[in-house]
Design a protein around this ligand. Structure first.
Ligand SMILES: Nc1ncnc2c1ncn2[C@@H]1O[C@H](COP(=O)(O)OP(=O)(O)O)[C@@H](O)[C@H]1O
Ligand SMILES: [Mg+2]
Length: 301
């Protein structure tokens, strides 16, 4: 476990390493001068990034910097205006139909607002992660093979929320709902997980649990995680690589250690009044005992 992870979250250890573990450097993601224009506005401006091996990457920058548009282009929710996304030597920028959906399965997306079907039970929400590879008929009649149902429960167990499987999603706390969204993403068995502000709606304890889960998924499964993060401390603490965006461009690409206060000030385009606290989640202020006590209290409810 990385030294950056200070809290020993009590949900079950991930004891069944995925088939993706130890794939080393074979999964290269290459983004070449990726650009998105909305009319005259250049939301993402010639972004080029190479991810040589499974990594945990944080993208930071002020609101409007282009972070969400960038992730949405990677997942093909938004078409690029120009540039290319190449994964394992294959250009995925122009895929259509079933091939595009297959790519979207390989780079699952998680959102700030979870995007669950709130009145549907948790396990069905997770099973929705298999939609891309099921027939329309099976989907219409809500037919899932037993093996998928078992896998969904296993993934929920891995994330410490199997007990909630029969409950409606809306009955869960925000942090639990985000873990359901992560479980749904894992159901797709993705190579890459894209997370757009995954902890922006969560309290510090749940923010920590969710970031910890993403970190473990990266480390133990060998999946790449790319997360837009609204706070510096989270990016520094959980990511190996931080990318700073300003006005659609990459203005920083380095390690957390290289992300000094001066560099951060440049990324956020702030003046001399810039302070680190203004970009902090206060996760750091929770010590290990406090997190455990809060989590135990949550479990008792
Ligand atoms: N669908 C859209 N139509 C028009 N402009 C958009 C759209 N989505 C984003 N933008 C613009 O693109 C820029 C980048 O937005 P966004 O990617 O949401 O930034 P961030 O996620 O960093 O806050 C902003 O100027 C925003 O107004
Ligand atoms: Mg955004």
């Amino acid at each position: 476990m990385s030294q950056k992870l200070c809290v020993n979250v009590a949900y079950p250890l991930f004891n069944s390493p995925s088939q993706h573990a130890n794939h080393g450097g074979s999964r290269v993601l290459k983004i070449e001068t990726l650009t998105k224009c909305f009319g005259q506005n250049i939301a993402v401006d010639k972004v080029s990034i190479t991810v040589e091996r499974p990594a945990m990457i944080g993208i930071i920058g002020r609101s409007g910097a282009g972070k969400s548009t960038f992730l949405r282009m990677l997942n093909r929710l938004t078409d690029a205006s120009s540039g290319r996304i190449v994964f394992e030597g294959r250009d995925v920028t122009t895929l259509r139909g079933a091939q595009k959906r297959a790519w979207q399965s390989q780079c699952a997306m998680i959102f700030q607002q979870f995007n669950l079907v709130s009145r549907m039970d948790v396990v069905s929400n997770v099973l929705h992660g298999t939609l891309n590879r099921r027939s329309t008929l099976a989907t219409m009649f809500n037919l899932y093979p037993d093996s998928d149902i078992h896998r969904a429960i296993e993934i929920l167990d891995r994330l410490g929320i199997a007990d909630h499987a029969p409950k409606r999603a809306e009955a869960l706390s925000g942090g639990q709902q985000q873990r359901v969204a992560i479980a749904r993403a894992l159901m797709q068995d993705p190579r890459i997980i894209l997370a757009d502000e995954p902890i922006a709606s969560l309290d510090p304890m749940n923010a920590q649990i969710v970031m910890d889960a993403l970190r473990r998924i990266h480390e133990e499964d060998g999946r790449t995680v790319i997360a837009n993060l609204h706070t510096l401390d989270t990016a520094r603490r959980f990511c190996d690589r931080v990318i700073g965006m300003l006005a659609g461009r990459v203005v920083f690409d380095g390690t957390p250690e290289q992300l000094t206060t001066g560099v951060a000030r440049d990324i956020y385009g702030a003046d001399a009044s810039f302070s680190e606290e203004s970009t902090s989640t206060s996760i750091e202020t929770l010590d290990r005992g406090t997190v455990r006590a809060l989590r135990d209290a949550e479990a008792a409810v």
